[in-house]
Design a protein around this ligand. Sequence first.
Ligand SMILES: Nc1nc2c(c(=O)[nH]1)N[C@H]1C(S)=C(S)[C@@H](COP(=O)(O)OP(=O)(O)OC[C@H]3O[C@@H](n4cnc5c(=O)[nH]c(N)nc54)[C@H](O)[C@@H]3O)O[C@H]1N2
Ligand SMILES: Nc1nc2c(c(=O)[nH]1)N[C@H]1C(S)=C(S)[C@@H](COP(=O)(O)OP(=O)(O)OC[C@H]3O[C@@H](n4cnc5c(=O)[nH]c(N)nc54)[C@H](O)[C@@H]3O)O[C@H]1N2
Ligand code: SF4
Ligand SMILES: [Mo]
Length: 745
Amino acid sequence: MSTIRTKGTSPENKGSDNLLLQRNGPLTRDLLLAPGEFGLGRVPARLKPDQTTTVVCGFCSTGCGLNVHLKNGEAINLSPNTDYPVNLGMACPKGWEALAPLRASDRATTPLLRSSRGKLEPVDWDVALRTFCDRFKAIQAAHGKESVAFISTGQIVSEEMALLGALAKFGMGLLHGDGNTRQCMATSVVAYKESFGFDAPPYTYRDFEESDVVVLVGSNLCIAHPIMWERLLKNKNRPEIIVVDPRKTETATAATAHYALKPKSDLTLLYGVAHLLIQRGWIDEEFIRAHTVDFEEFKAHVEGFTPARVSEATGLSEAQLSTFAEKIHNGKRVSFWWTMGVNQSHEGVRVAQAIINLALMTGNIGRPGTGANSITGQCNAMGSRMFSNTTNLLGGHDFTKEEHRRKIAGILGIPEENIPTRNSLAYDQIIEGILKGKIKGLWIIATNPAHSWINQEDLHELLGRLDFLVVQDMYATTETAERAHLVLPAASWAEKEGTFINSERRIGLVKKVARAPGQALADFSIFQLIAQYWGCGDLFKEWKSPEAVFQILKRVSKGQPCDITGIEDYAMLDERGGVQWPYPEGATYESNERRLFEDGQFYRPDQKAKFAFQPPRPLPEPTDEQYPFTLLTGRGSSSQWHTQTRTKKSPVLQRLYPKEIYMEISPVDAKKLGITANEWVVVASRRAEIKARAFVTNSVQPGEVFIPMHYEVTNKLTFPSFDQYSRQPSYKACAVKVRREDDRG
Ligand SMILES: Nc1nc2c(c(=O)[nH]1)N[C@H]1C(S)=C(S)[C@@H](COP(=O)(O)OP(=O)(O)OC[C@H]3O[C@@H](n4cnc5c(=O)[nH]c(N)nc54)[C@H](O)[C@@H]3O)O[C@H]1N2
Ligand SMILES: Nc1nc2c(c(=O)[nH]1)N[C@H]1C(S)=C(S)[C@@H](COP(=O)(O)OP(=O)(O)OC[C@H]3O[C@@H](n4cnc5c(=O)[nH]c(N)nc54)[C@H](O)[C@@H]3O)O[C@H]1N2
Ligand code: SF4
Ligand SMILES: [Mo]
């Protein structure tokens, strides 16, 4: 039986850690059960105990380089790296405080199994892993292999994502597995694939500095991507900054123009702008002819989007529409950027493509300061898009294509029949599968859906129906972990190594600069152990370390648009401040900041980009007399991260945001309802009611309210509707009513 060692329990602890590290092979069952083998080493062999080293930040997709200062092999503090090509010496509060969550007192330090008394109780890894396999195998035997599914994340390193996806699908026989990137990025993926032929955000951050017109649609850059915002502020062209957002956000306040459209009227607005540009001849006919298809159909489609119709639908004046079109026309280098105000919509894919269409028709792509640019969210959302083996077969391949399955099977040296021939259910369909009795076992890794999923109460009820729920997280206190049958304790960012891919396609390095507490293991090691306990370890013999997997991913990427065969190893990533994909073998790029499509060649078979479009559809849950407000949700402050499992552990960050849940409401509505600033109000949707403090502010328009997603109860209110193509939830528009706490409803 294993001996449990916690940090610093004995002097030889460090020695045994290093011993394990030096073995340089997979963590095996025997090794795990040998005494003193937890923690997997203090610092990797290549780091000296007292040096400073650069690690990519583990919060947002900006991917800043942070200098971590080590003393006696432990990270003691950090500061932003001045040479890193992303952040140039800057970091936001989360980056500065990135080590604090590692040291939290509620870290999961041992596996926990729900006992017959209904309590989560500590067990050792051997019991945990045997239980994991026995329970999931029993479910599969009774209900079919597909009855067990997994839900993963955009927040673990690519090598872990790849191992998880390969283990689950090629080793354990699972068909269904999705990620929290469905909540976040699915819309952009689908939009890019159809328009460009591959999921390829084309920009480099320098484009922020080189534009003369910057259009931000549904993006609160200032709060959600503060360092990208800083890059924009470095722009010497005194750019026009146009913000399209129903709220007057921090970003909108700093912009040169703010179009506060009615929620979810973006598609009509963008078609209206396209119509004006065409009508006035403000398009790049040569580019359209040479590099696109379906423009004539698109032109006919937008003809009906007259200023009068668009003004009515969006709430913007005809003069505003005209100025918007003029500003785009006047720009020599116009860049279009979008984030969740677009992706989280019932028609998000078409909105994203309407943005892409504007860039294509004005020839604003493939040149400095231009582009149709989706900004990603999580530190490794982009890694998940390429290498998680969920929606795509590894490396942007297709599960349904025989030649792709054969190629990947050959590269990995696994039997072709181990690769599923069908696509997984999407996240919402997996959840629905629980309701239908088809999904009986669920394994959740590095995401907290009991807080973050849409229409939360419904999900809570469904999680309760599972025969077996495993949650793998760095804390056992998350809303999801508390509902688990088995909790697997995971090491955090900076307690393990691997790579992240940031929004501009830059592959950056994460290093192990701290030791995981107690028996917590890197997700990578947990997956390796599961492979062995499951009995499919032989399939993954070559997957013995994150860097070995990186070499596999290189081979998988060969010949794809995301080809990285020219990146030698981790050391090269470290030396160069990350490398953007593509970087094929033999590449001789001069610059370390590169954009795509400079040659006007896209990834569709005809190498042309496609104009994709569709008539707008009505809001799934419009307001009415009973529920007269549209509820908007999103990020509240630059110091809060999602479900707050990490950011609430930093006393410094805690001081930078309101502790209690709040709702922004306009002074007009507050007055109508007799609500005074800071009082508690009741917000109710058709699904639930919650309390929040009223924050009376002009940042929201009359008829709209805003509640940040960081507070546990926000998603009790949201209405489960999804984009029909991307299946991404529409978190940002549902109907609610509001009253003072002591008024009767
Ligand atoms: N501090 C902090 N930073 C983060 C995160 C975090 O939790 N905290 N999360 C990261 C992640 S994963 C993501 S995905 C990104 C998200 O980054 P953003 O998308 O920039 O953030 P959100 O606040 O979710 O939404 C952006 C804006 O969309 C607007 N919006 C709502 N409805 C509509 C609409 O119908 N049309 C338009 N045009 N706009 C609309 C909202 O008012 C909001 O201001 O942030 C990343 N960065
Ligand atoms: N109402 C509303 N809801 C939303 C949104 C919105 O705008 N409005 N936005 C949506 C979006 S864009 C997103 S991305 C999601 C985010 O939703 P979640 O993914 O649920 O949010 P996080 O809090 O980031 O959850 C990450 C979990 O992973 C754990 N973790 C961190 N690092 C590691 C690790 O290395 N290993 C393991 N095993 N665990 C780790 C953390 O402790 C945490 O529990 O929320 C979505 N929900
Ligand atoms: S902007 Fe994002 S990547 Fe940069 S320090 Fe802040 S959270 Fe980290
Ligand atoms: Mo996200």
